[in-house]
Each structure stands twice: as C-alpha cells, then as structure tokens.
Design a protein around this ligand. Structure first.
Ligand code: GLY
Ligand code: MN
Ligand code: MN
Length: 447
C-alpha cells in the first residue's frame, strides 16, 4: 500500500475494542515469514489477516506490540527505509512515516525488536502471542521471555504466561462490522460476476488451467487484489478431490465442471462453488444429483437464524445428504446404521460450512471449550453453506451413470438480527439458468 487508507480510524477502533478484552495484557502479532521461491525470488506476500486487521500495514517484517492502557500503547516494528532495496522491491514507509500515517504511538526499526520487547513486557500480566507462524519470531520471543524472567532476579516469579492470540483475534473477527460487510459485499458481487462470466466462457476441449486464468482475470478486472484461496477448477471426477489443486486437465463433453473460487477485496474474501455441465446440458443422472444437492442447500440456508446451534446445520446436511445417497442407490440399509458407521462419509466427507471473512476458513470458535456445546449462530456472523456429493469414478457400488459425478454448491450467508442474507445470491444456481448461461459466448442462446 503506497498511501494508507483514509480510514485509519477503522483500525484504531478495532484496537480499542480489543483493549476491553485484554486489560493488563500485551498482544504481539507478527507478519508471516517471507518464503523464498528460488534465489532472490519470493512467493507473493500477503499480510497476516490479524495484523492487517489491527494496523492496516501491509509490509513484510512487521510486528505490532499492543499494550492497552499503557504508554506507549501501540508500538509497531517495521522495515527501515532503504532506497536501494526500494529500487528492487518497491516502496517502504519506514518507522517515521509508519508512526505518523498509521497512528502508532511509536514505530521502530524491526532490528530493534529484541532490545525493546523486554521493557515493553515489564509489568504486563499476560502475553497474547501466536507460536508457529514465524519460526524466527518464535525464537526472539522465547529469548525475550527468558530474559524477562532472568531480569526479575530472585523473586521466584515464573515466565510471563502466554495465551494463544489466534483464539482472541478469532473472537474479535467472528462478528463482522458494517465496514467489513460492505467489503464482503464487494468481494461476493465481483466473485459472483466472475463465476457467471466463466460459465459463459467454457466449452468442451478447453483446459481447467485456461478457465482458472480466465476466472483470475475476471476477479482482478473487478478490483480483487488476488484470489482468496487457490481456486479449484475440477472437470468430471476431479471434483471428487475436495481441494483439487492441479487444474490442468481438458474439459470433457458430457461431464460437469466444479468451480470453487473467489476474489479477495480489501482483505476480505468470498467463497463460492458452482457446478454445471461443460456442454451446457445436464444428463438425467447429473441433474438428479445436482437437484438433490441444491434442494438440500436451500433448505439449510432457509433455516439459518440467530440462536440456532451451528452444529444443527451440520446435522441437517448429513441427514439430508444421506437420504439422497439412499435415494440414488449409492448406499443401502438403515439410515441410523449408516450414520453411526460413517458410511455416508464416502460420498460427503466434509462439513456443511465454515466462518468466512479475511481468511476463507476464518477464525472464531465453533464450540464452547468447557462444555463442548456447539456455538449458537449470532447476528453479524458470516459463514458458508456448501453441501456436496462426490461419487468416485471407480465406485463399483454406484450405478454407471453416477460414477465420476461430483457436485458442490456453496453460498455465503450473513446472519442478521432476524434471519439471514445470502450475499452470493447473484450467482446463478438453478438448472435452467445454468443451462441457458453455460457456453453463452458461443451459442448466444440466452435471452
Ligand atoms: N474453498 C474452500 C472451501 O470451500 O472450504
Ligand atoms: Mn468453503
Ligand atoms: Mn469453497
């Protein structure tokens, strides 16, 4: 980011909200380590979601130390200005500008972290930190904790207790603010449009890779910074690989294409899956599976309301999809026995959905840690509903016409005080709409 957003207040408000949750504590959040691809070439860097959430700062090598109620309260460690490096890698704010423009009490060069952190942690009751995100930082943090303990002399005091900051940040991020929902709406709209353009563009013989490239073009043209996760472009039985990554096979006539892909807008991502016939016409067997999954998805979405335990949505999905498996003759026997022995997992191995936000599998607790009870749905939450049925190509227990059929339908749901809103409702999913749209760029049959 060359110039910080005018809305620095959003980040300050978030820190303020956090202050009330951790009195007397300090939070240290670091950027992820940069990963080298080869030589001096790095993989694309994206700021850690929680660090961005609290600061808006996008550079690698950043550390936020937040000590609510203490002075200084916000200290950010950042990369120094370095005009030579900037010629190669681009602009850096440097500590002075970072402090001013990002409204920190203090910003210092990251090289000074080890020296400064010990005094910043003195007098703090608890430390919130995330181990295992950045190994180099973990070492510095452990050294700081040890030095801090040593500096207490013969007091008998132990190490500063460390709590997982992911859990803390998850609770902060799980309820979305108006500004976040407005970014999410943009992400969902541009993703829905990109899906529709992709449907129009495909035809048998194209490769999954070309479709992937086309989709990325469509989201970026509409303002997405990047994909929100590695897109899945799975023709035919490749759809049965839940997180299919190869995206390199040709699209075949008479098969389905499953596209699970999304754009990220202002650090918030959508997560849409659509499945449709590559030649624009569902076979009877494909339509049977698709219509079954669609009906289940709509039924589950319609039951979303604040107060309902999230687990009930999972259970509805498992129950109804198992009915569908029985109806299609994929499984036989008593439903209770099937569920007890997890036979349904052969065709539906995942859950009904997950929180969505800055990360595709967003943070937030699903269960009460003490009681193990499912969390209840609350207004302001956003999650996916994504039932699917996947019949492997070599599944000799399935009738031949079902083999290799994989269907998932995924939408993004925003919980409101009275019910819900489907943020991805612009994205077509009814069979007649899909059949009219797929390949439209070639046959121009759509009205
Ligand atoms: N795109 C990954 C998922 O749907 O969970
Ligand atoms: Mn999902
Ligand atoms: Mn998805």
């Amino acid at each position: 980011m060359r110039s910080p957003a005018e809305n620095m207040r959003i980040f300050a408000d978030r820190r303020q909200k956090l202050a009330g949750m951790i009195p007397g504590s300090a939070l240290v959040i670091t950027a992820p380590a940069e990963t080298v691809r080869n030589g001096s070439v790095h993989h694309n860097f994206r700021q850690d979601s929680s660090l961005y959430y609290l600061t808006g700062y996008e550079e690698p090598g950043t550390i936020l130390v937040y000590r609510p109620g203490m002075t200084p309260e916000t200290v950010m460690f950042v990369r120094k200005k370095d005009l030579e490096r900037e010629t190669w890698d681009g602009f850096r704010f440097g500590p002075e500008e970072a402090q001013k423009q990002f409204r920190m009490d203090k910003a210092l060069p990251v090289e000074e972290f080890s020296k400064e952190i010990i005094s910043l942690l003195k007098g703090v009751d608890k430390l919130y930190y995330r181990f295992y995100k950045n190994p180099e930082m973990d070492t510095l943090m452990q050294e700081a904790l040890l030095s801090l303990k040593a500096s207490q002399g013969r007091t008998g005091f132990g190490l500063l207790p460390v709590y997982d900051a992911d859990e803390l940040m998850g609770e902060l991020r799980v309820i979305k603010t108006e500004a976040e929902i407005s970014n999410l709406r943009r992400a969902c709209d541009l993703t829905a449009d990109a899906h529709i353009e992709t449907m129009k563009y495909i035809k048998p013989g194209m490769s999954e890779r070309e479709i992937h490239g086309f989709f990325i073009y469509q989201i970026m043209k509409r303002g997405a910074a990047r994909e929100g996760y590695g897109g899945i472009f799975a023709g035919g039985a490749n759809a049965c690989t839940l997180h299919y990554v190869f995206n390199d096979e040709p699209l075949k006539d008479k098969e389905l294409l499953l596209v699970d892909a999304a754009g990220e807008f202002n650090y918030i991502t959508s997560d849409i899956t659509r499945t449709y016939p590559i030649n624009g016409k569902f076979t009877d067997a494909q339509a049977q599976v698709y219509q079954g999954v669609l009906k289940i998805q709509k039924t589950i979405i319609e039951s979303v309301k604040p107060g309902l335990p999230f687990q009930e949505l999972h259970d509805m999905g498992t129950n109804m999809l198992t009915d569908l498996m029985l109806e299609l003759g994929l499984l036989s026997g008593r439903k209770d026995d099937i569920l007890k022995s997890n036979q349904h997992k052969k065709y539906y191995p995942h859950g009904i959905g997950h929180f969505l936000g800055m990360d595709v599998h967003d943070s937030g607790l699903y269960f009460n840690k003490k009681t193990g009870e499912s969390r209840k749905i609350e207004a302001g939450m956003v999650f996916t509903i994504e039932p699917g049925l996947y019949i492997p190509a070599n599944d000799s227990s399935a009738a031949a016409e079902y083999r290799g059929v994989g269907v998932r339908i995924e939408d993004n749901i925003f919980v409101t005080t009275n019910g819900y809103e489907v943020l991805t409702s612009n994205c077509l999913k009814e069979i007649p709409d899909l059949e009219r749209t797929v390949g439209y760029n070639y046959n121009k049959l759509a009205p």
